[in-house]
Design a binder for this molecule. Structure first.
Ligand code: FMN
Length: 395
């Protein structure tokens, strides 16, 4: 049997590219327009240097923390993604892997698996919602997630429906059935192992959103759900406060870029926020999230748990984000590559790669715990940071 273990996220991505049909791989790579933000998310981490010690290292090192009251073994959470068609076990495999590695699963409302199956695999699941549909529909989805045991809500509010990509968008069918599979055949037959994994499971990729099913109704198609979301008038801060109150438990706002928005979020009482540009899939030319992190952590870090997502590909990236004020990070593509490369074991492999890399960084930087990481550990060039929305506060 061939060795399925990989030593870096880059290798997982190479394997994912080999294994997935090009349309599925392209949908995961995503990035909007010119891909400036997508590229900057990763490039920015490359600009941050580390300042290691030679003697005075600690053993063992503590990598554990809590996020919104939940203890986790490493400061890396699964960021919600609509994992359609990557792997037959989809989000259940990701949930099981994150449970096995002691961390939190973020489940997208556009996910391909029901929330009940995901919380059964990882009781520490946060359910993610967009502002979509009527208030009654939103209440019903939150009630369902709460009954399933979800322990937190992630409200993702940065999406601006920007669709064009300079390198072309993959065409994705409305519903995957056998007829569509045949239509997509040229794209798919060159990837027999991907096809085989679905064939073995007796399923074909199901492009519906089961967590958006209305009571007594059928799961909407992915595009039907997307259309509803596009038609929904965008929320005000009062609406966000309403969402927070309706959920009534730990609440994270995902997608914050600006200091004034972070302050508003703190004012309405969110428990956590994620500094994020949706992995560069959203408004292109938004700076890398790690460039925006220090100003936001300085502004609200004493009131709100500040997380970061975007561009995390190695353990030292996690160390850099924590040194700049993040409590923890969330990963998107890194685990999607692992899932595509090797299912649940591939996601565990990615979490191990990040854990080992973070542990090496904490060792080299001379700390006993991730709590001791600080800006003095970094070689930060002038002009690295971007501070957005420092002056305007009225919206
Ligand atoms: C294919 C794909 C689908 C995504 N779907 C969602 C989603 O449904 N909900 C959400 O809040 N964020 C979604 N995101 C954004 C991720 O949660 C996260 O912000 C982003 O992937 C982080 O950047 P990274 O991929 O560089 O780690 C998606 C990202 C990707 C790549």
């Amino acid at each position: 049997m061939s060795n399925t273990w990989f030593e870096s996220v880059a290798e997982a991505q190479r394997r994912a590219q080999k294994r997935l049909p090009s349309s599925v791989y392209g949908a995961l790579l995503a990035g909007s327009e010119k891909g400036i933000t997508y590229a900057d998310n990763m490039a920015a981490f490359g600009e941050i240097g580390l300042a290691p010690h030679v003697v005075g290292h600690h053993s063992p090192r503590d990598l554990s923390t809590t996020v919104m009251g939940i203890p986790i073994a490493l400061p890396v959470l699964i960021s919600p993604t609509g994992v359609q068609a990557v792997h037959p076990d989809g989000e259940v495999a990701v949930a099981q892997a994150s449970a096995n590695r002691g961390t939190i699963m973020g489940l997208s409302s556009f996910a391909s698996k029901p929330v009940e199956d995901v919380t059964a695999a990882n009781p520490n699941t946060f359910f993610q919602v967009y502002w979509s549909g009527t208030r009654d529909a939103m209440i019903q989805r939150m009630d369902r997630a709460r009954s399933a045991g979800a322990k937190g809500l992630i409200a993702t509010l940065d999406w601006s429906f920007s669709h064009g990509r300079d390198w072309g968008s993959p065409s994705i069918p409305e519903r995957m059935d056998l007829k569509t599979m045949v239509r997509f055949a040229p794209n798919v037959v060159t990837r027999p192992s991907w096809l085989w994994s679905f064939a073995k499971s007796g399923r074909i990729p199901d492009l519906t959103a089961p967590n958006l099913t209305p009571p007594g109704g059928e799961a909407p198609t992915f595009f039907g759900a997307y259309f509803e979301w596009m038609q929904t008038p965008p929320p005000t801060w009062e609406d966000v406060a309403w969402l927070r109150d309706e959920w009534g438990g730990p609440f994270m706002l995902k997608g914050v870029s600006r200091v004034d928005d972070a302050r508003r979020a703190a004012d309405i009482g969110v428990d956590a926020l994620s500094v994020s540009n949706h992995g560069g899939n959203n408004l292109d030319a938004t700076p890398a999230s790690v460039r925006m992190l220090p100003s936001i952590a300085d502004a609200v870090g004493d009131q709100v748990e500040v997380l970061l997502d975007g561009g995390i590909r190695r353990g030292s990236d996690v160390a850099k984000a924590l040194a700049l004020g993040a409590r923890a990070v969330m990963i998107g593509r890194a685990y999607l590559w692992g899932l595509a490369a090797n299912g649940q074991a591939g996601v565990e492999n990615v979490l191990d790669v990040l854990r080992n890399g973070l542990d090496s960084a904490v060792l080299g930087l001379g700390h006993a715990s991730i709590n001791d990481l600080n800006r003095g550990d970094l070689d930060l060039r002038e002009g690295f940071e971007r501070t957005l929305g420092m002056t305007s506060t009225v919206r």
